[in-house]
Every structure is written in C-alpha cells, then in structure tokens.
Design a protein around this ligand. Structure first.
Ligand code: ATP
Ligand code: MG
Length: 268
C-alpha cells in the first residue's frame, strides 16, 4: 500500500480535475477491515450514486470523504487536495484538527436523520452555520436563509421549530442548512430512508433541483428511480469494495456481476 507522501501531484487528471478521487482507500476499525481498496472518481457537477447492502461501507466511505474518519491506506482527494494533509513545497504535512474542521465546511452532509437543532426555528437552523462558523452578519445570513427556504419550498415555515415540521420538511430544512455554507460538494446518506413514502418525493425534488443547478453530489440511496433518472454515475459496493460501476441505466438495467444482480433483485 502506498503512503500519501509518495504522490504529490495526485488528483490531477487530463480534462480537468475530479471533485473527489479515491485511490485504493482502506479503512479499518480495530481489526475490522471495512473499506478494502476503494477506487473511484466523481467529476464536478456529477450526481454520483452509491448503492449496496447494509454494512458494505457506504456511510464509512462518505465519512472518510468528509474528514470524519481517517483512512488507513490509499489516497483520497477532494477538489485536488489530499484529505488530511497540506502540501508546502514538495512536502506534505498532516493537518491539525482545526484545519480539518475548516475543510469540512466546504462539504455539506445530509444524514438519514435530520439532526436539526430542536430549540431553533427553521430559519435559525439555516443561519446558525454562517453566523457562528463563518462570522457572517445576521442580516446577510437571514437573507440567504430566506432564499434557501424558498428554494426547498418552505417559505411559509421559517418560524416553525423542528417538532412543528414533518420529517420531509425537516429534511428539506437540513438540506437548506447544508447549502447555507455554500459547499462545493454535497454528501447525502440515505436522505429519504427514514421518511414516510408520501414525503419522499418532495425531498427528491429538491435534490433533483440541486443536480440541475450543477451541484456535485454523492448520494447513498435506495431510491433506484432517482438514481436512474438523476444519477450520472452509479457504483455498487459490497463488502468494502466496488463491485461494479457505470451509468445508472446500464448498471441497473444490465448488471454484469452476480452480486449486483442478486442485490438488485431484492431492491428493484
Ligand atoms: N465507528 C465504528 N467502529 C466500528 N465499526 C464500525 C464503525 N462504523 C462502522 N463500522 C462497521 O463498518 C461496517 C460498514 O458500516 P457502514 O455504516 O459504512 O455500512 P453501510 O453500507 O452504510 O450500511 P447501511 O446500508 O446499513 O447504512 C459495518 O460492519 C459497521 O459495523
Ligand atoms: Mg449507511
């Protein structure tokens, strides 16, 4: 396995640099080897869908992209920058926690559970990051939060507390809250799987709009319809490795590997 020190020019490819690039990414928790050499590339403006059975390592991979977990081997770049390291001259330095946190701000993450602050209204939830983390003025943050609420179809819910919102509405506030930080990459970890079926559509519509606006997105999902319609690329992961990847239409419509076929026969 190669060390991150051995390639300083990584992440650059002909025809523009990928937003995310993983090369032989390994991750273990103690003796449990979870990610077993993930290779993939996400182009800017791409909607990149990640599917696979429970426990295959999808969330773990997202957490590595978002600097929440350190990888054990391989290399992982976001927007051309090696995760966890900073290059100065021809040397790499491990980032301090504060620097890692600063980089995490560029990446929006939406989880299965909405994790809104319960004691803040919808608009206060959206303003919190820009005001507290980016030291933006409340007026500027409120203006953007108002526009974002409109974008997710919740202009009339600005003053509602999370407990006064449906699950689907809370999830749309969570998306707006992530967008308020003006991320260059959005990670979605099964954003609709905790929702009642009738609430799923509104959340997917918001994500579809984001895709149309050119946001780069990695989406872990069980919504194969969404993957097929909106996805530009799809990866099927099993047991910590990429089994099959390609255009969603091809992978979903004509899977090549038995493991993919067997998984799809259960979810489609
Ligand atoms: N912090 C941790 N410590 C120990 N083991 C962990 C930790 N996080 C995840 N794992 C293990 O890693 C494996 C992969 O988990 P992960 O959450 O990435 O799977 P997943 O593909 O997202 O599954 P699901 O579809 O159920 O969300 C599981 O076996 C899990 O128990
Ligand atoms: Mg998961």
């Amino acid at each position: 396995m190669s060390s991150p020190m051995s390639d300083l020019a990584g992440g650059a490819t002909a025809g523009g640099r990928p937003m995310v690039k993983a090369e032989g990414v390994h991750k273990s928790f103690g003796t449990a080897h979870i990610l077993k050499g993930i290779d993939l590339e996400v182009a800017p403006r791409e909607v990149f869908c990640l599917i696979g059975p429970s426990g295959s390592g999808k969330s773990t991979f997202l957490r590595c992209v978002n600097h929440l977990e350190q990888i054990n081997a391989g290399r992982l770049w976001v927007d051309g920058e090696l995760i966890g390291y900073r290059q100065r001259g021809d040397k790499l330095y491990e980032l301090k926690d504060r620097e890692v946190a600063a980089k995490r701000r560029d990446i929006g993450m939406v989880f299965q559970r909405f994790n809104l602050f319960p004691h803040m209204t919808a608009i206060e939830n959206i303003m919190e990051g820009p005001v507290q983390v980016k030291r933006e003025s409340k007026a500027v943050a409120r203006e953007r939060a108002t526009a974002l609420l409109d974008r997710v179809g919740l202009s009339d819910k600005a003053g509602n507390y999370p407990a006064q919102l449906s699950g689907g509405q809370q999830q749309r506030v969570a998306i707006a809250r992530a967008l308020a930080m003006e991320p260059k990459l959005m990670l979605f970890d099964e954003p609709t799987s905790a929702l009642d079926p009738e609430l799923v559509g509104d959340v997917l519509d918001v994500m579809r709009g984001l895709a149309e606006d050119g946001m780069t997105m990695i989406v872990v999902t069980h919504e194969m319809g969404f993957a097929r319609e909106v996805g530009d690329a799809l990866v099927f992961m099993d047991d910590g490795a990429v089994v099959e990847s390609g255009h969603p239409r091809d992978v979903l419509g004509n899977p090549q590997h038995d493991r993919t076929k067997s998984f799809l026969s259960k979810v489609l």
